[in-house]
Design a protein around this ligand. Structure first.
Ligand code: ASP
Length: 343
């Protein structure tokens, strides 16, 4: 055969292969979300409260799925989904964030793109309406991965990201939660003469209402996003696991996307999100086996309470938690499901 004919055939073959790679596959698109884990039981829930949570989780799923079904990216889907929950006072992220010991709302957020392994995160911000949007801007519009405090806010301003007065984030429910914890802390310290540990008080009755989303788009790309107000009564400068890439947030097309919620100190030390991804990548574990191994064994041994959502490139997902409950949901083939308790 003539040499140029070979070349033509080769080019044809290459374009067919690349076409097949870019052809969207809508059958696998999946979105999994969480709205925090913790002491969430039927006993301390009212029908009205449960309805409000179910409706908001469902709305978040629908908003993200609408992006995916139109051929939008997993990054756009997780950002849009998390924004719905940040804007709701029900969750500990954006409006409704918990209070620090100094009675402020200080937020952390992170986003990661499983295709490029690019990531962006912000910590300890107080005036950014949607922290997840600022985290994405760090990833896409800066040279950096993480920005904190006043610097992150200055950067957000340059990106025309919506800023608000700190009072926007305040909710009375969260303020009362702080007062209760502070009161208990004081009582215990008075009782122990200042020598006792207050670690349990830090978490007691805590509902880790952090929000997160992981998505798989029609092009086979994974993304993860997490946003939080952190832990009630946290001390000055405390940053949790959420904005630490590999601890509370991680995404890699070659393994999975993970978003976590729980007592951040343990999640950081256990490097939860990356550990799950590593088990899938190196040990060929299924997403379910890997997520359960870390949440139900490693974290339990550490004494860390909480859960994760994890999703792989084939649309397999897991939502394990070792706490009483976890607000969570999934949408796949147009069917949305929302869960709260250990059903
Ligand atoms: N993981 C978060 C933190 O420690 C808290 C949460 O999940 O609600 O900051």
């Amino acid at each position: 055969m003539h040499k140029s004919l070979y070349l033509v055939l080769l080019c044809l073959l290459l374009s067919i292969v690349s076409l097949a790679q870019t052809k969207p596959d809508y059958s696998k698109i999946t979105l999994v979300i969480h709205g925090g884990a913790g002491t969430i039981t039927r006993e301390n829930m009212t029908p009205e409260k449960e309805k409000a949570y179910r409706e908001k989780l469902n709305e978040a799923l629908q908003v993200g799925y609408a992006v995916l079904i139109k051929g939008g990216s997993s990054l756009d889907a997780v950002e849009a989904t998390v924004k719905v929950m940040e804007d709701s006072p029900l969750f500990n992220a954006g409006k409704g964030a918990v209070f620090t010991n100094e009675e402020k709302n200080e937020m952390d957020a992170a986003i990661m793109d499983g295709k490029s392994l690019k990531a962006g995160s912000i910590a300890s911000v107080t005036i950014i309406k949607n922290p997840i949007t600022a985290a994405r801007a760090v990833m896409e519009k800066s040279e950096h991965v993480m920005m904190i405090g006043a610097g992150a806010e200055k950067f957000a301003k340059t990106q025309n990201i919506e800023l608000v007065d700190p009072s926007y984030f305040r909710t009375e429910t969260r303020y009362e939660q702080l007062q209760k914890i502070k009161h208990k802390e004081k009582t215990q310290l008075d009782h122990d003469g200042g020598t006792g540990s207050t670690e349990n008080i830090f978490t007691e009755g805590n509902k880790f209402g952090t929000v997160g989303a992981v998505a798989l788009d029609a092009y086979g790309n994974l993304a993860a996003a997490t946003s939080t107000g952190g832990m009630t009564n946290k001390r000055y400068g405390r940053v949790g696991d959420v904005p630490i890439i590999g601890a509370g947030t991680y995404a890699d097309n070659s393994s999975c996307a993970v978003s976590a919620t729980g007592h951040g100190e343990y999640f950081m030390r256990a490097v939860v999100a990356h550990d799950i991804a590593a088990m899938i990548k190196y040990k060929k574990y299924s997403v379910k086996k890997a997520a359960e191994e870390v949440v139900m064994k490693k974290l339990v041994d550490f004494g860390g309470e909480g859960g994760v959502i994890a999703l792989d490139r084939n649309g397999n997902y897991a939502m394990p938690f070792n706490s009483a409950g976890m607000y969570r949901g999934v949408i796949k083939n147009g069917k949305a499901e929302v869960f709260i308790y250990k059903e």
